[in-house]
Design a protein around this ligand. Structure first.
Ligand SMILES: O=c1nc[nH]c2c1ncn2[C@H]1C[C@H](O)[C@@H](COP(=O)(O)OP(=O)(O)OP(=O)(O)O)O1
Ligand SMILES: [Mg+2]
Length: 203
């Protein structure tokens, strides 16, 4: 083992969502970090009113439970014609990705205004109960009339990005990184995280 590996900091991804974890592994790949999944038995109650509050709750809880730095993501889809719903309740909208998509398409059946946006709040907390970094990202788009594309997760097949005309599910992981709420939030986090890691490694 090299000395570099010995000093590599652990960052736990405070999420139970395999799609998010896959994206974070790609987003974090260039950093000198040992990226780990959160313990399987850990369930955190998302009692916040905002994405930022929920991201904090998840990051602080998982950092405390694991004794490591933790990165949390709270995200969701806000639909203009539904007054911002499902928003922070996006995961609780129905019991599975397929049912969540079905319900949203049903709710918008007679509605012409398809405007929507995805939001992501990211938070890194330390094992000493400190919030180290917080950022938010957003992506504007439209809810399609039917699912398109096979890639990604969650609501990806029915969210068409304004800037590209394609759904997230039609994008490669690199394209999704470029346009998505999570990719945009991470672009803000990345330089600050690099600086933190750099400071930490100084004797
Ligand atoms: O890029 C995305 N593409 C498609 N769908 C997405 C995306 N980003 C968030 N979403 C959906 C998934 C979930 O239904 C809800 C987030 O809820 P949220 O509580 O943050 O995540 P979650 O419960 O799935 O996992 P966890 O809290 O353990 O990180 O919005
Ligand atoms: Mg959740």
């Amino acid at each position: 083992m090299s000395s570099n590996e010995l000093t590599e900091r652990v960052l736990v991804i405070a999420s139970g969502n395999a799609g998010k974890i896959r994206e974070f592994r790609q987003l974090l790949a260039h950093l000198p970090l040992s990226v780990q999944a959160q313990p399987k038995d850990l369930a955190v109650e998302e009692t916040g009113q905002t994405f930022a509050e929920n991201a904090r709750i998840k990051a602080l809880t998982v950092a405390q439970a694991t004794g490591q730095w933790a990165l949390a993501d709270d995200s969701g889809l806000s639909v203009e014609a539904l007054a911002g719903a499902p928003g922070v309740y996006s995961a609780r909208y129905a019991a599975s990705d397929a049912l969540r998509i079905e319900r949203l398409l049903q709710e918008l059946k007679e509605i012409d205004d398809r405007r929507a946006h995805f939001s992501a709040a990211l938070c890194i907390a330390s094992e000493t109960n400190e919030v180290l970094l917080e950022v938010e990202g957003r992506c504007e788009g439209l809810i399609t009339h039917a699912a398109r594309g096979e890639k990604g997760f969650g609501y990806d097949p029915i969210f068409e990005v304004d800037a590209t005309g394609t759904t997230f599910a039609e994008m490669t992981i690199e394209q999704k990184r470029q346009w998505s709420h999570r990719g945009c939030a991470f672009a803000l986090l990345d330089p600050a995280l690099q600086e933190l890691l750099h400071k930490q490694n100084k004797p």
